[in-house]
Design a protein around this ligand. Structure first.
Ligand code: MN
Length: 742
């Protein structure tokens, strides 16, 4: 995980290529060997030959023959996901129908309808994230239907994505960004949901490598530098535990595992700490070779031996033995105080549990005979099917909603009777109420969580016992949408609000039709739309509603022209565009051209996004907004992944051009020791030595420390970096970092 991919310059000749292709094909067969039954080898050979022939004139961006990609995808399916012969055939064929002359009918003829169906599913998926938004939602629905038909589709697709991420180096920068964003936005959560922890982690790390190259390489280098020290610590930690486990005659393996770069980085961001302050850089894992009937008992035995040696933090105990996660994950996690007062996470699981943790769904099937929770995935699939069937999924929020409802980490909570309900992390008491029944949700006025009264928006935690309080007088309100995260609750609340609105709008209908009547025009759709457009209202339902609640008094209607039964709005000059929506805070004229647009050097107008405040030199992309033209975002903007993954077609490549005449407002946060004259030192450096303009400066001091927020105008990132470096070297300064100005 800490090594970077080595992309050799491509230099093979044709004979060498042929050899290499055969070599990899044979390796694939070797990996599959234990699963081969009679006749399988011939089928795989046939799929291989069809794929070789179909892709024979194609090459990957790296210069390699294309066929190496499907072989690599098949290899991931077999070795890293644990799939079998049929999936291997599908993986070999997965790009043939999409990119070559091979038809689905031909696949069906050669391999039967089961394989043809999976290949079809894989073909549909490949163009999901490319088209426009509603098309995208539509396609995504299709995938989900295919997925719930046969989960192998999604597993092979994940293998495909993993190989593409591993070989992303040779792609163009904007392509890298788009693929990496989709990966972190959709595919990594999907891998997690399917229980493929290793693949999820690798996808996240690889995405980060392209989206946040600086942070990625910084953490990777730090991990590299501290490796020796960590190994020594892990050995010290493990030694006494090992002795105890041997004494207890347990069959086990014990080792330390570094946390992923992505998860360390998340922790640094979330807690606002530096690398050195992230305490749990690794976890200790204990793998047990237990008989099925002794699994739980053995895990708890290990737990008690570990906590005999090291003190546990009781609130960090995670018992996924009694309540496995809904992706099938089982294990016992605890965090204990190790030597030198450092907290260390210890994961305890059996080999079987480990297989499920690493190979997810595929392993789950292997073991499912004889267990009583075999429908864990079936239940999830059924929920997805229900949602697709019941709900209006045409909204742009669809992907977002789906992610929250079906891909997020889960919590389990108890009903008053002790039944368990699984909900996505972040769910409120109101989400819980709707998960029980729509009628309970709609009448919910509060809840008792662990016997304490809480408001409806109270966020639940795993293990909570929740009792919903209802009132017959209650009805859903618009503010409720802010209190829920689940798709079910959201859509039920929206339905109910719409219904309510419709009722009220009836009154507006009466008022408007009277008014139109008095003007000699008729009450028809066309006239309603004309009026709605005049008041800048999105729908005629909203228009009638606004009339009913007297938000609109229709006085302006007297200025309308009436011709026949039609009514026409007077032509008025458009008011100037809202200044507030402008992101750019350039000191000089705002519309100066700064960027090169697309491949050509055409210069175009743009604004800088308010959410991340890019300055020249930042890694950026352009995003075509609706109505506000081109917006420039930083690639590490909090919104970047969502925008790139959802609206890839609206992203344009952008590049800064050096321009020393324009300055940009950006913020710097300085933390240091409170000291007389510190303000002077800082301002002298900024405006004196470096001649940078200060826009605002606030300093707060507390307990001998101060925090200063300075807003400065800089020309580009180089100048900002220089400023930060200079500030850092001032005596007494602890940290200097950029923040996005408000
Ligand atoms: Mn592919």
């Amino acid at each position: 995980m800490e090594t970077t991919l080595n992309i050799p310059v491509y230099t093979m000749n044709e004979a060498e290529e042929k050899k290499e292709i055969l070599r990899r094909y044979r390796a694939l067969l070797r990996a599959l060997k234990p699963k081969l039954k009679s006749g399988d080898k011939e089928q795989i050979r046939l799929a291989f030959e069809i794929a070789v022939e179909a892709h024979k004139s194609m090459r990957r961006k790296s210069g390699e023959p294309y066929i190496l990609h499907p072989i690599a995808v098949a290899m991931i399916c077999v070795e890293e996901i644990g799939l079998g012969v049929r999936s291997t055939i599908c993986a070999l064929l997965h790009d043939t129908v999409e990119d070559t002359d091979i038809t689905l009918e031909a696949v069906k003829k050669d391999f039967g309808s089961e394989i043809a169906k999976i290949v079809d599913g894989l073909t549909k998926i490949s163009n999901v994230l490319d088209t426009n938004v509603s098309q995208q939602a539509e396609n995504f629905k299709k995938i989900l239907l295919t997925l719930t038909d046969d989960p192998r589709v999604i597993l092979i697709k994940l293998a495909d994505r993993l190989h593409n991420m591993r070989t992303l180096e040779s792609m163009k920068r904007e392509k890298q960004l788009k693929i990496a964003s989709e990966t972190v936005y959709v595919y990594a959560p999907l891998a997690h949901r399917m229980g493929l922890y290793n693949i999820k982690t690798e996808l996240e790390d690889l995405s980060m490598k392209y989206m946040e190259p600086d942070s990625y390489h910084y953490i990777a280098a730090k991990l590299d530098k501290t490796r020796k020290e960590r190994t020594r610590y892990i050995n010290d930690f493990i030694r006494p535990v090992k002795e105890k486990l041997i004494k207890a005659k347990l069959d086990f393996e014990i080792f330390g595992r570094p946390k992923s770069i992505h998860s360390i980085w998340n922790k640094m961001k979330k807690k606002g700490v530096s690398f050195d302050e992230v305490y749990d850089l690794f976890a200790i894992r204990i793998l047990l070779n237990s008989k099925p009937e002794h699994e739980k008992e053995d895990c708890w035995k290990v737990y008690s031996l570990v906590t005999e040696e090291y003190n546990p933090a009781p609130e960090r105990l995670r018992d996924w033995l009694s309540n496995p996660k809904s992706n099938g994950y089982e294990a016992l996690h605890t965090t204990v105080m190790g030597p030198q007062g450092k907290w260390v996470e210890v994961q305890i699981r059996t080999k079987r549990m480990n297989d499920i943790a690493e190979k997810g769904l595929a392993a789950h099937w292997k073991y499912k005979e004889g267990t009583n929770d075999e429908n864990r995935f079936d239940k999830w699939f059924q929920q997805i099917r229900d949602m697709l069937a019941s709900q209006d999924t045409n909204s742009i929020d669809f992907l977002q909603d789906f992610k929250v409802s079906f891909l997020a980490e889960e919590i389990y909570v108890y009903t008053p009777k002790g039944d368990i309900k699984m909900l996505p992390t972040g769910s409120s008491a109101l989400d819980f109420a709707f998960s029980i029944h729509t009628a309970v949700g709609e009448k919910c006025i509060g809840a008792k969580v662990n016997h304490k009264l809480v408001p409806i928006g109270h966020v639940l935690r795993s293990g909570d016992q929740v009792e919903i309080i209802t009132s017959t007088k209650q009805k859903p309100k618009a503010e409720w949408l802010k209190n829920v995260v689940t798709t079910k609750a959201r859509s039920k609340i929206k339905d109910s609000l719409k219904e309510e609105k419709r009722k009220i709008a009836e009154e507006g209908k009466i008022i408007l039709s009277k008014k139109l009547d008095s003007l000699g025009a008729s009450f028809n759709q066309q006239n309603q739309e004309e009026i709605a457009a005049f008041y800048k209202i999105n729908s005629t339902l909203d228009l009638l509603y606004d009339i009913a609640i007297k938000k609109i008094d229709l006085r302006e209607l007297k200025d309308f022209h009436v011709s026949g039964d039609r009514i026409l709005a007077p032509k008025i000059a458009k008011p100037p565009a809202d200044e507030k929506s402008e992101g750019s805070k350039a000191l000089l004229k705002k519309d100066t051209e700064l960027i090169i647009f697309g491949e050509s050097s055409d210069k175009i107008m743009y604004t800088l996004a308010n959410c991340c405040k890019p300055i020249p030199g930042d890694d950026v992309f352009g995003f075509v907004t609706q109505g506000e033209g081109l917006k420039i975002h930083r690639t590490n903007c909090p919104n970047a992944a969502r925008l790139l993954a959802n609206f890839g077609h609206r992203v344009v490549k952008t590049k800064w051009v050096k321009n020393k005449e324009i300055s940009f407002l950006t913020g710097i946060r300085i933390i240091g020791l409170d000291d007389v004259g510190v303000i002077n030192k800082i301002t002298n450096l900024i405006s004196g030595t470096l001649r940078i303009n200060i826009n605002a400066l606030t300093i707060e001091a507390k307990d001998g420390l101060f925090e200063g927020n300075v807003k400065v105008y800089v020309h580009d990132k180089d100048e900002l970096d220089e400023l930060v470096e200079n500030l850092k070297s001032l005596p007494g300064i602890e940290s200097v970092e950029r923040f996005d100005t408000e």
